[in-house]
Design a binder for this molecule. Structure first.
Ligand code: GCO
Ligand code: MG
Length: 446
C-alpha cells in the first residue's frame, strides 16, 4: 500500500498524541522534510516543439507541470506526416490530460490510446509517444535518476551500434565500411546503388539501358536483388570474417524474391537482413524460416500489436526493430522487449535520422536495460542538432552511452529550435514521400 504525505503526517500526530507539543512539532518537521516534493505534480501545459536541424522534421512534446521547473520531453517524430502530429497532441490529447497528475504513466497511456476508439495509426501513436516519453522524463527528474534506473538499471556498460556504409559500386561500399572500422565500429549495414534507379540507402551512379514508360523515379526489384547479393559477397571477401554485415531490403522485393534473397544471403553469414518483406506480407516469414538460417530483422513500419505479436510468438524473426514513437512510446516498447525476451527474439530498435535525440535516448535506455538487446542503429547528430538538443547520446568506439543526468538527460533550447523550423516544402508534399514506379508504371513500396 502506498503511503502518502497526509498519512505520514497523521502517523506523526498519532505517535505524539500524548500532548507533548515540541516532540510532535519535531516529528512533523521531519515528515515535512522527508516528503517534500511528494505531492503528485499536475499537468499544467502540453506544447509541441518542431524543428528540422538535419533534414528530417522532428517533433517533440513538452509537458509542463504545476511544480516549479518540473517538465519533460517525449519524441513524436513522424517526418512524412509531421504537420499532423501537432494538432493530434494539441487538439485531442491536451484537453484530455490537462490537470491530471503525471505519476500514472500506464494509466495515462491507456487513457490516450482508448480515447480515439479507432487506434494503432501512425499519427495517433506518435502523439501518444510524445506524451508517454515526456511523463517518463518527468518521473526520472522527480526521482533524480536517469530513466534506465526506473526500469531496473543497466545490464551492460554501453550500447553496441551499426553504422551505414554505402556506395554506388562495390568498391565504394567497401571503402565506406572501412572508414567506419577506423572509427571503432564493428558492425556495418551495407547498401549499394542501382544504376539509373531510385534504390534505397545509397546514391546510384552509372548508366542503365532501361527506359521507363513514365517520368517518375523507377526501380526494378530483380536487378537490385542480383546487385545487392554480389555486393554482399564482395563485402564478406574484402572486409573479412570479423565484421558483422547487415543489409536493409526496405521491403523492395516480392515475397518470393525475399525468400530467395535470404536463402542466397545465408552463405555471407549476415548479422541480419532487415525488412525483406513488407508488413502486408508477413505471412511469408514462415517460408523464409523454412528455407534458410539468415537472421531476420523486422518492425520499423509496425504500428500495431497485431503486427509484431504473431512474428514474435511464432519465432519467425530474430530481431524486433520497431520505431518507438510509431508504437506509442517507451511504455509499449518496454512491454514488447519483455515479450520478445520470452521468445528468444532480440531488439534492434529503429534509429535513423528521423528520430529526435529524445527518441534516441529512449531507445538507448531500453537497450541498456534489456537482456535480449541485439544491436542499435546509429545516427550521428550534427552541430545544429546539438545546439538545440543539449545532451544528445554520446558515441565512443562504436558504442552509444546513455546519459547519467535525471530523466532523459536532455534539455531543449526552444529559441534555437525556433531558428530551425520545418523547411518550406518545395514539392508541395510537406515532407511526404513522392512516388517510385516500376518501368511499366506500377507503384512500388518504398
Ligand atoms: C532504417 C530505415 C530508415 C527509413 C526512414 C524513413 O532502417 O534506417 O529504413 O532509413 O527509411 O526512417 O523515414
Ligand atoms: Mg530500415
Amino acid at each position: 500500500m502506498a503511503i502518502n504525505r497526509r498519512d505520514l503526517l497523521k502517523m506523526a500526530a498519532a505517535t505524539t498524541a500524548c500532548g507533548m507539543t515540541a516532540p510532535r512539532m519535531r516529528a512533523e518537521a521531519q515528515v515535512e522534510k522527508a516528503t517534500r516534493g511528494m505531492a503528485a505534480p499536475k499537468i499544467k501545459d502540453i506544447s509541441v516543439i518542431e524543428c528540422e536541424p538535419a533534414g528530417s522534421r522532428l517533433t517533440v512534446v513538452k509537458i509542463t507541470t504545476d511544480q516549479d521547473g518540473l517538465y519533460g520531453y517525449g519524441c513524436g517524430t513522424f517526418t512524412q506526416r509531421a504537420d499532423l502530429v501537432k494538432p493530434a497532441v494539441e487538439r485531442y490529447l491536451k484537453p484530455l490530460l490537462m490537470g491530471k497528475t503525471t505519476d500514472r504513466i500506464e494509466d495515462i497511456w491507456w487513457t490516450c490510446y482508448d480515447s480515439s476508439y479507432w487506434k494503432n495509426g501512425p499519427v495517433l501513436n506518435n502523439a501518444i509517444s510524445g506524451i508517454d516519453e515526456a511523463l517518463w522524463d518527468i518521473k526520472g527528474r522527480q526521482a533524480g535518476m536517469p530513466v534506465y534506473q526506473l526500469l531496473g538499471g543497466k545490464v551492460r556498460e554501453a550500447v553496441d551500434t551499426y553504422a551505414h556504409a554505402d556506395g554506388a559500386e562495390d568498391a565504394d561500399v567497401v571503402a565506406s565500411a572501412k572508414r567506419y572500422f577506423g572509427d571503432g565500429f564493428r558492425n556495418v549495414r551495407v547498401q549499394i546503388g542501382v544504376p539509373g534507379m531510385a534504390g534505397y540507402g545509397s546514391r546510384s551512379g552509372g548508366q542503365t539501358n532501361y527506359k521507363a514508360l513514365h517520368d517518375k523515379p523507377f526501380f526494378e526489384p530483380a536487378v537490385y536483388m542480383r546487385r545487392a547479393l554480389k555486393m554482399l559477397e564482395t563485402c564478406r571477401v574484402e572486409l573479412g570474417d570479423e565484421v558483422n554485415l547487415l543489409h536493409d531490403v526496405h521491403e523492395r522485393l516480392s515475397p518470393n524474391q525475399a525468400v530467395e534473397f535470404c536463402k542466397e544471403a545465408e552463405r555471407f553469414h549476415m548479422f541480419f537482413v532487415e525488412d525483406p518483406l513488407s508488413p502486408e506480407d508477413i505471412a511469408y516469414f514462415r517460408q523464409i524460416r523454412d528455407n534458410c538460417t539468415t537472421p531476420i530483422a523486422m518492425g520499423e513500419l509496425f504500428n500495431s500489436p497485431h503486427e509484431w505479436r504473431p512474428l514474435i510468438e511464432g519465432r519467425l524473426i530474430d530481431y524486433i526493430r520497431c520505431h518507438l514513437s510509431q508504437m506509442g512510446g517507451l511504455t509499449p516498447a518496454h512491454k514488447v522487449a519483455i515479450l520478445a525476451e520470452n521468445f528468444g527474439v532480440k531488439t534492434a530498435w529503429h534509429g535513423p535520422g528521423d528520430v529526435s535525440p529524445v527518441g534516441h535516448m529512449a531507445q538507448i535506455t531500453l537497450d541498456i536495460v534489456s537482456s535480449n538487446f541485439g544491436i542499435q542503429e546509429y545516427t550521428s547528430f550534427n552541430e545544429r542538432t546539438k545546439q538545440i538538443f543539449h545532451g544528445c547520446p554520446e558515441m565512443r568506439d562504436g558504442y552509444f552511452w546513455v546519459n547519467e543526468a535525471p530523466g532523459w538527460g536532455i534539455e531543449i533550447d526552444e529559441k534555437e529550435a525556433a531558428k530551425a523550423p520545418f523547411t518550406p516544402s518545395k514539392n508541395g508534399l510537406n515532407g511526404g514521400w513522392g512516388e517510385i514506379r516500376r518501368l511499366d508504371g506500377t507503384v512500388i513500396k518504398q
